[in-house]
Write a protein that binds this ligand. Structure first.
Ligand SMILES: Nc1ncnc2c1ncn2[C@@H]1O[C@H](COP(=O)(O)OP(=O)(O)OP(=O)(O)O)[C@@H](O)[C@H]1O
Length: 263
């Protein structure tokens, strides 16, 4: 079936569907890497490709030769560098594959506004727990993982898989709780695990008062799509880590805003 005919260029139902599906895939991939380290790697690769196409090979043979070598292994490099993102993308497709069982497809592609509206109700118990933890000067580390990687988190954690509640978060971090040491990991709207040992950042330019809790909070956000709230036992200050950077001493209004954006 042909709709329009522009001098040899035919727009068919299939070509429209083709473009639409490609746009959806690109949009989902963009969502997966947006604001992550992968986005920077992607920009780096795109720049190398751009250079490869614009560098005149005859006049600059050395540079052109190196760029050609990188471009030649392009697809392999993409698979290796984006291993995690490709895994997550396939996981996402697989997880939502059953339409009857799960209406997430519709919500995922078209229901973003609904998700945003619900967000404040979802983050309230977390913000309230932080208020309590700050008041009682109870040290805490809460990680929000965009994708829960069982291999990564479960090795060192106590698996909980429970509803998010203020009282549960507060009791986990009580000093006499057996689970208080380490981090709580929240993902897929659940407290997935507690007492997790996370990788520490090896940054050298951090404030002197930062000990292991802050280093673990920053470390987990460096190579994972995760953000973290750190409540300092010493000062009660709340910090927020994202992509290996930390915002110190944030207020609850700001915390709410950050969580609403990232969680
Ligand atoms: N690798 C790790 N992963 C998760 N949590 C950790 C890790 N290492 C230490 N912690 C947590 O940090 C606590 C020790 O915090 P420490 O006093 O060294 O940190 P801090 O950054 O100075 O924070 P605070 O201001 O609360 O003292 C431990 O009791 C443990 O709960």
């Amino acid at each position: 079936m042909h709709w329009f005919d522009f001098s040899g260029f035919k727009i068919t139902v299939f070509s429209v569907l083709d473009v639409l599906l490609l746009a959806i895939i690109i949009y989902q991939l963009y969502n997966l890497i947006r604001g992550t380290i992968a986005a920077n790697i992607f920009i780096g690769l795109a720049l190398i490709y751009l250079l490869y196409y614009i560098v005149p090979a005859s006049k600059m043979p050395l540079l052109a030769g190196i760029l050609k070598k990188v471009a030649d292994v392009g697809i392999i490099a993409v698979i290796v560098l984006f291993q995690q993102e490709i895994r997550r993308f396939l996981l996402l497709v697989g997880k939502n594959a059953s339409l009857q069982r799960n209406k997430a497809w519709w919500k995922y592609f078209f229901g973003r506004a609904d998700v945003e509206k619900d967000n404040y109700a979802r983050i309230k118990p977390i913000v309230d727990a932080c208020k309590g933890l700050k008041q009682s000067r109870t040290g805490a580390l809460i990680v929000f993982a965009k994708y829960y990687d069982e291999q990564f988190y479960q090795n060192s954690c106590e698996v909980l898989d429970s509803k998010i509640s203020k009282r549960l978060l507060e009791s986990i971090f009580q000093k006499n709780s057996p689970l208080h040491d380490g981090a709580v990991v929240i993902s897929e709207n659940k407290i997935k695990a507690a007492s997790c040992i996370l990788p520490l950042t090896d940054k050298t330019d951090l404030p002197l008062q930062f000990g292991l809790r802050h280093r673990a909070g920053i470390g987990v956000t460096e190579n994972n799509e995760a953000t973290a709230i750190i409540v300092s036992e010493e000062t009660g200050e709340i910090s927020y880590a994202k992509q290996g950077r930390i915002k110190m001493n944030i207020g609850f209004a700001e915390l709410e805003k950050l969580l609403n954006k990232d969680f």
